[in-house]
Design a protein. Structure first.
Length: 117
C-alpha cells in the first residue's frame, strides 16, 4: 500500500517526475498542445487570486476562446502537472501544487516537448 503512494502520487513530492509514455503520446503529442501550454502558462501567471473557482473559470474560458472542448485543455494540463492521465481533480491538484509550481511544471513540459519533436 505504501508503495502505491509513490506510484500514484509521487508527483506531489517532486517536480522531477517521469512522464508516462502512453500519456505523452495520447495527450501531449498533438500539434496544438505546445502553443496551448504556452498560452496557459501566460494566463496562469496573470491569474489572481489563484483559487479553485478562478482557475476553473480561466480554463473553461480558455477552451471557449480557442474553440476547444474542456477535455482538450484539461487532459494535456493534467499530464503536464503529473506525468499521468489520471489523478486527483485538476483544480484541486493545481491548488495543492501552488501557482509557481504549476507554472514551472508547464514550462518543464514545454521543454520536454521541444526536445522530443
Amino acid at each position: 500500500m505504501l508503495s502505491q503512494i509513490v506510484d500514484l502520487g509521487g508527483f506531489f513530492f517532486t517536480s522531477d517526475f517521469s512522464y508516462d509514455p502512453g500519456s505523452v503520446e495520447k495527450r501531449l503529442k498533438k500539434d496544438y498542445v505546445p502553443s496551448l501550454l504556452e498560452e496557459l502558462r501566460l494566463r496562469m501567471q496573470a491569474l489572481s487570486p489563484f483559487e479553485e473557482e478562478s482557475l476553473e473559470e480561466l480554463l473553461r474560458r480558455f477552451a471557449e476562446d480557442f474553440s476547444l472542448g474542456p477535455s482538450e485543455v484539461f487532459h494535456p494540463l493534467r499530464v503536464a502537472l503529473t506525468g499521468k492521465m489520471r489523478g486527483p481533480g485538476l483544480f484541486e491538484l493545481a491548488l495543492v501544487l501552488g501557482k509557481e509550481e504549476v507554472i514551472g511544471r508547464i514550462g518543464r513540459t514545454l521543454e520536454m516537448l521541444k526536445n522530443s519533436f
